[in-house]
Design a protein around this ligand. Structure first.
Ligand SMILES: [Mg+2]
Length: 140
């Protein structure tokens, strides 16, 4: 069976819970959330531990403000790694600052999304993102 993996890099437990619940609510068994609360942990997993198999597709949903290496550093790593650079990275942040938007795209972000407020709005956003990336587009 196909597995659609959402690598969630988010240090806020509340925000991570909202995203995880939104994905659970979709009731789609192909959707799997791998949550990491630091960029370092996500990179370590994706570079070393993940066994990307041909039935799996991945997207990264990444907060910008993280303890330790921030989202932009993580983004730079993903986009310079031969093993990871094919994976879309969606910056997922409370920021709507033009500087953050500009810098994210310059470093190779595939989307920049400002986190909406409230469970319902987040659920809709997550549903739309999963639909777009896993149903509408073809991933490598
Ligand atoms: Mg954060």
């Amino acid at each position: 069976m196909r597995q659609n993996i959402i690598v969630l890099v988010e240090d806020s437990p509340a925000d991570a819970r909202v995203v995880t619940r939104a994905i659970d609510k979709l009731g789609d068994p192909s959707l799997i959330v791998m949550h990491f609360d630091t960029a370092e942990a996500a990179i370590e997993y994706c570079e070393k531990d993940a066994k990307w198999t041909s039935n799996q597709r991945q997207i990264v949903l990444m907060d910008l403000n993280l303890p330790g290496a921030d989202g932009l550093t993580c983004l730079r790593h993903f986009k310079s790694s031969p093993r990871l650079r094919h994976i879309p990275v969606i910056v997922w942040t409370t920021s709507d600052q033009p500087r953050d938007i500009q810098r994210s795209y310059e470093r190779g972000a595939n989307s920049f999304v400002t986190k909406p407020m409230g469970l319902k709005a987040v659920s809709e956003m997550v549903r739309d993102l999963c639909h777009y990336w896993f149903e509408r587009t073809t991933l490598a």
